[in-house]
Each structure stands twice: as structure tokens, then as C-alpha cells.
Write a protein that binds this ligand. Structure first.
Ligand SMILES: *Cc1c(COP(=O)(O)O)cnc(C)c1O
Length: 399
């Protein structure tokens, strides 16, 4: 084998995500908004945070918004506000970002996994129903897990990749068994079901992330809890500032979960463009769908499935691909960025070894972790770039 085979330079570079073309046209407006905060020297819970809370809540069909320091802190704050802690259990998906189950454990509760639907990659309502039927029993108004003795307190569905989980049957189960519902909508701001109901508007609390790679991205970490429940909104508002109200009088133990005024100022400018960016992502997804049809790759590639009539906001465009890891290496050589969300399902993470799971416990999640690949989908991609991605994939399977 020759020691140094010269690599041909890729014909094109298609990064998984490039935020610079989004920033350039807004630079002056964003800098003015930042300067306004600097001139005021009011960095904590000022008018920009208030404005963002009102507009993001309305955008999510909710009455109240509580700006927080990250999507992770939004989940933790929601759990704390619902008094979920030691002895309690929360049912969620093992095929998600770590924070979903990580915050459940940090609250002192136990994450209980149920498998995903293989088409949507979201928590399967039939799997939750089967788990409850098989392993749980009611005592009074509570639902207990017979295997552990823990009390099932809540469901935490995730709207993965920007498409809502199947919330109608999940909410039905929650009502039937007296469970609270926290929606992990970190990837799904403005996603709708076919009845135009938006992510965050179903459950007790919706949790949003404004991490830079999300559809509405801050210049750093930021997030929000949104809710229609007045008492819960008040509790989260207090817990966000160490549980003190009035200041220095603590009836609750909270934390510092505040959203920075500077981040809110940036987000207020960007929120006005969110629908245009979402339309750009949807356009790109439709282009990919058609280009994969034309490429006729048989069962080598399965396109993402958007349920008919829903508003999928495509935080990620995720395919299932045969020989995924070699495809990914081929794409890297061709100059195409891609990512695996997520390579290890949460039930197999080392830190959750105490939950005593093994490979095979959640086969759909494990298969998804082995087969899925996220392709570049950000709004500013050109059709030439999108076609190049599909051509590069076709080239791999034809070789
Ligand atoms: C991004 C993300 C989070 C965490 O949000 P951060 O703002 O990064 O803390 C939680 N859950 C899911 C599904 C996410 O994608």
C-alpha cells in the first residue's frame, strides 16, 4: 500500500452548519441591540428578557415564558417546580440528547425509558402504555412502578429533530394516570401537529433551548420554560432566582437559572426571522426528499418521515443509511459535514449503569443509534450544495 496516497481536493465544502451567513445581514441590528443593553448597564432580567418571554410564549401558544440560562436548566427548573425528586420516576426516551435524562437524575428522580417509534424517532405512546400496563399499579391517586417501588410522576417526551412527539395519545395516558408532562422542545420551537397545535402547548411545561445550533440560537447559552399554568409560572419565576420572594426571603430552594439580558436582546432581533429560516429549512428538506427520489438508492437510504400535515421545523434532517459509518467517512472526504445524533442511547451510557440496562432493552433506539445520520439542512444552503450532498451519497452506494 502506498504510504501517502494524495487525497483529491473535494469539489465543494458543505458544512453541517454555518451560522455566519445568518449573522451577516443582521449584524448591524444585533450590534445596536447589544449596545443598547451595554449603554443601560442593566444586564439582569431587564426589558429585553421580558419582551422575549412574552413573544416566545405567544409563539408557542402559551401564556407565560420564564427565560432561563439554557435548555438544560429549563428542564431542571420544570422538574423542580413540579416537585419531582427522590422516590419519583419520569418516563422518557432513551434516544435523545443527554440533558433529557440527565436533568431527571440531577433532580434526584429516576429516568424510566420507553422505546421510540422507529418512523418518527419520538417516544412511542404504545410503548409507554405497555410499560404502565405491565409494570405499574395504582395506589390511591398515584402510579407506582412495581419493579422499583418508585412513584411515576411525569412523562418527558422529546420533540426530536423538530417534529412533535405523538402528543394526543401521550396526553391521554398522562390524564388517565395522573402524570405531569414536561415537553423537551429544545429542537422544536414552533413545530406543529396537523391540528396546528405547537410544541410546548400540550403539557404542563415546555422547555426550549436557544443553544446556537438550535433553530433560534443565541450568542451562547440560553433557554426558556413556557406554560399555561399560572401557579407553575409563578413557581418557576421564583425558583429561577434562588427561590427568593421577596428577595432574600426563601420559601423554596431554587438556583440561579437566569437568562442574560444580552442574550435576550440578540434573540429578540432573531425571533422576527425565525419563520423565514424555518421555511428555508423546509424548502431544503423538500429538495433533499426529491433529490433522493431521483437518485433511486433503493433501501440504502431512508428519508425522514414528516407526518402528513404537520409543521416539521427540521432542526435536523436525519436519514437512515446502510453502512452508515463508512458513508459518513466518505462524505467527510467529499467535503460534506454530517453528525450522528445520537451514537449511544441513554440507557447504555456509563453514568446510568445503576439503572441496570443492557443492550437489547430498547431495540428501536439502539437501531436508530446505529443507522441514523444528520445531513446539512441550515437555511442558507444552496440547491447546488444540497444536490452535491445527495450526489456524494449516491456515489458511495454505486461504488
Ligand atoms: C439542546 C438540547 C437540550 C439542552 O439544551 P442546552 O441549551 O444545550 O442546555 C435538551 N434536550 C434536547 C433534546 C436538546 O436537543
Amino acid at each position: 500500500m502506498p504510504a501517502t496516497k494524495p487525497q483529491p481536493k473535494p469539489a465543494m465544502q458543505v458544512p453541517l452548519l454555518d451560522l455566519k451567513p445568518q449573522y451577516r445581514p443582521l449584524a448591524a441590528e444585533i450590534q445596536a441591540a447589544i449596545e443598547k443593553v451595554c449603554a443601560s448597564q442593566g444586564f439582569i432580567l431587564g426589558p429585553a428578557v421580558k419582551e422575549l418571554e412574552a413573544s416566545v410564549a405567544a409563539y408557542s401558544q402559551c401564556r407565560y415564558g420564564i427565560g432561563v440560562s439554557s435548555g438544560t436548566d429549563a428542564l431542571l427548573l420544570a422538574l423542580m417546580a413540579l416537585e419531582i425528586g427522590p422516590g419519583d420516576e419520569v418516563i422518557t426516551s432513551p434516544f435523545t440528547f443527554f440533558a433529557t435524562a440527565g436533568t431527571i437524575a440531577r433532580a434526584g428522580a429516576r429516568p424510566i425509558f420507553c422505546d421510540i417509534d422507529p418512523v418518527s424517532f419520538n417516544l412511542s405512546a404504545p410503548a409507554v402504555e405497555a410499560f404502565i400496563a405491565k409494570h405499574c399499579e395504582r395506589r390511591g391517586s398515584n402510579l407506582f412502578n412495581r419493579n422499583t417501588g418508585g412513584r411515576i410522576k411525569a412523562l418527558m417526551p422529546v420533540h426530536l429533530y423538530g417534529q412533535n412527539a405523538d402528543m394526543v395519545p401521550l396526553m391521554d395516558l398522562a390524564r388517565r394516570y395522573g402524570l405531569r408532562v414536561i415537553e423537551d422542545a429544545a429542537q422544536a420551537i414552533g413545530a406543529e401537529d396537523a391540528d396546528h397545535k405547537r410544541a410546548c402547548s400540550y403539557g404542563d411545561v415546555g422547555c426550549l433551548s436557544f443553544f446556537p445550533t438550535k433553530n433560534l440560537g443565541a450568542f451562547g447559552d440560553a433557554g426558556m420554560c413556557v406554560t399555561n399554568d399560572t401557579a407553575l409560572a409563578e413557581r418557576m419565576d421564583i425558583l429561577r432566582v434562588h427561590g427568593g420572594k421577596p428577595k432574600y426571603y426563601h420559601s423554596l430552594i431554587g438556583g440561579n437559572f437566569r437568562l442574560d439580558e444580552l442574550q435576550a436582546a440578540v434573540l429578540n432581533v432573531k425571533l422576527k426571522h425565525l419563520d423565514t429560516w424555518t421555511a428555508g429549512r423546509q424548502h431544503n428538506a423538500a429538495f433533499y426528499d426529491a433529490a433522493f427520489e431521483r437518485a433511486a438508492l433503493g433501501d440504502a437510504v431512508q428519508k425522514p418521515h414528516a407526518v402528513l400535515g404537520v409543521r416539521h421545523i427540521y432542526n435536523q434532517y436525519v436519514i437512515r443509511a446502510r453502512d452508515r459509518d463508512r458513508l459518513r467517512a466518505h462524505l467527510a472526504t467529499a467535503g460534506v459535514g454530517s453528525e450522528i445524533y445520537y451514537p449511544i442511547p441513554l440507557h447504555l451510557q456509563q453514568c446510568f449503569a445503576y439503572l441496570n440496562h443492557k443492550a437489547g432493552d430498547y431495540p428501536q433506539s439502539e437501531r436508530a443509534a446505529e443507522e441514523t445520520l444528520a445531513l446539512p439542512i441550515f437555511p442558507e444552503l444552496t440547491e447546488i450544495q444540497l444536490q452535491y450532498v445527495v450526489d456524494s451519497i449516491a456515489e458511495f452506494y454505486r461504488a
